[in-house]
Structure formats: C-alpha cells, structure tokens
Design a protein around this ligand. Sequence first.
Ligand code: SF4
Ligand code: SF4
Length: 408
Amino acid sequence: MSERLPEDELTYYTGDACISCTSCMSNCPVMEATQDYDGPKLVAPAHGRMHFSEEDIERSLELCSNCKTCDRSCPNGVSVSTLNLLQKGVYYRTHKHPMRDLMISRPEPLAKLITGLPMGASLANMGIKVANSLGMLSMMGLAGKRTMPAYTNKTFLSRMKSIKQPKSDKKIVFYVGCSINYNTPEIGEAFVKVMNHNGYEVLVDPAFVCCGSPLIVTGYLDAARKNVDTNVDRLLYWKQEGIPVVSCCTSCSYALRKEYEELYGEKQMKEAGSNVYDAFEFLEMLDAKGQLKTDFKEESIRFMYHQPCHLKSAGIGTPAAQVLKHVPGVAVELADAGCCGICGNYGYRKERYDVSMKVGEQLFKRILLSQPDSVICDCPTCRQQIEHGTHKEAIHPIMVLARNYKYE
Ligand code: SF4
Ligand code: SF4
C-alpha cells in the first residue's frame, strides 16, 4: 500500500495557497500569445475552488501547454500547472478524447512496432512524408506544417549490446527514454562515450518504460499510472543498489524526479525521484568534485544555449553551458528568451500550431539575430521547434563533449 505525502507538503499544490497576485497571469506565454486563454490563475486556482461548470474548465484548460512558467513565477509556491493537469485528468475520465490523442500520447508502443519490423523505420519515415504531402496528417489533427521526427533503423538499446565498455566500479544507469531509443540513438552513444571517458560504466535497464509525460499532458492521468508505477519500482531498486539513474532528456528527468510526486502525491515517488539526475547536472557534480575529465581538443565554434522549461523547473541552473566552458574555443551564449512553445506534443496538435509558433517567436528572433554557428539544447522537442522556427541546426550538448574529448 503506497503512503501519501504529508498534508503540509500537498497544500503546496492546492489553489488555497493562491493570494490572487496575478504574477502567473503576467508571465504565462500562452496568455500573451492568444486572447482565447483565460490564464493560469482563473483556470487552475480559481476554478479549482469555485467549481465552475465542466465546459468552462475544459475550454481554456486545453490551451495550457504545461510549460510550468506559472509555477516558477508564483510567489506563494502554487503549482498551477499541476492543478491544470489534475483537472484535465478528471475531465477526461468522463469525456472522450479525439482519436489523434491516442497516437500522440503513446509514442512508445507505436515506435516499438515500427522499429521492430524489417525496414520498418525506413518505410514509416517515407510513409509519413507521403501522408503529410497529401494532407493526411492534417486530416488526422496533426500539425502538417511540421516535420515529424524520423525513426531509426537500429534502436539505441540494440546498439548498446555491441558497445564494448571498460569495466568499472563506478556505475550509472542510463534512463534512455523514447526519443533517444527510437529517433536519435547517436545521442545515447555519445553519452556512453562521455561517461566511459570519465571512468563510468553505463548500465541500461530494459524494464524502464516511457516516462509517461505524453500521456500526462494529453489528459490520460489514469493510463499514465502504469508507466509511473513501473518506473518508480525500477528507480527504487537502483536507489537501493546505490547506483544513480541519469537521463539525457530534461522532460523525462523532470517527470521521474518531480512530476510523478506532484501529480500523485505519494511518498515513494519522492524517494524514487531523489536518485534521478540530468546528464549535465551529473557531469557538473563531477566537475565540482574535481573528477570531470577536461582533456578536450580545441574547436572554434559559437553556440547559443536554450534552457528547456522543464530544466528551469528542476532548479539546477544551466549545467550544460557550465560544463562546455571547459572545451577550448567553444563559446556558449545563453538565449534567455523564454519558452520555445512546442511543449512536448502540444505544438504537434493542428489546433495548437499557431499558438506554439507565436510563443516561440521571441526565441527564434533571438537566435536569428545572434546568428550562432549552432544551437544547443537538452530537450528533443525544443530542438525540433528551434530547427523548425529558425532553420538553424540544434543539437544535444552531449554531442559537443563526445566529439571533443581526446580518446586514446
Ligand atoms: S503551464 Fe505554461 S501555459 Fe500553462 S498556465 Fe502555466 S504558464 Fe500558462
Ligand atoms: S502567481 Fe500564485 S498566488 Fe499569484 S495569482 Fe498565480 S497562483 Fe495565485
């Protein structure tokens, strides 16, 4: 039987702590982008307390992107985004989702099926392109103006089997996540290379499943519980073994370390989350202990770093930008231009495409004005949005470390 977090820790997530200061309203990027959104204060704390009709709640709730800017701007610690997600979950217990939501909320089973078939990824990638050019994605409720992430023919977990790592007493468990496993396995390979170079052996645990974030943001809170429980069990196991769990995706790591606990309020979720680290947070910790290898080749390049919203909410600063300072010739400028607007599957919904692009405008302008050689960012969907909005390459910062270390 799972134990609830103590009441005083849960009040943090209720609307009763709201003092109606409207700080969340003036900081919400969606509210700035569209007049259709009633805004965080009215939608979450006020509706939560006043029990308006379901229609009122739903109309505006769907516009919340879960960027969590409101939470960070609230002087009284109200987790407005959590209240929104909880209300959405309640709404969808009695209301039907559009068919499209089934697909965008469950990337893992679909990717598993596609990449498990011979030539499945190539055929699916081609099929998606053709379907898009015929307007079929748009008919399905997807943002047809976007390029969908391509599947890989060889997943990271299958590549991992042939990576020869030096044995070490220092170990970490890599939480791979759907995007790296099925779309960008090269990021996972780069991470293993970097950790091996720093004396760590990287373990993977195939029992981990999708973090559940796509289900959570689409309003399938009950369905997400299965993913949450599986992952919490595995996190607790690794915590007991004394081996940290590290992720290269800031949305996965935020879900594992904080969002489960915020949404479901159970003690074991908080305990499980305390053993989760973001990749660059872990590397920065090694650096602080004087244990980070800094034998880098010089590369003359200028990056702009975009800090993902979920990394901001984790409250750990900009570890990637700090660690990259060790690479000679590499200059990193912080974009500091707010939310990119895509917010997981939000910007992939046809009806949210315009709002999503409007929210990202400030960041796009900042990048285009500065004209860096490349953009770096630790979140896969932020990178897709940046490439879509600026036509500039956006890469994971681990790629920069991996290509600049001097290997024997
Ligand atoms: S999570 Fe983002 S979009 Fe939603 S209410 Fe908060 S600031 Fe606005
Ligand atoms: S910022 Fe916090 S206290 Fe102020 S209105 Fe929003 S939820 Fe209420």
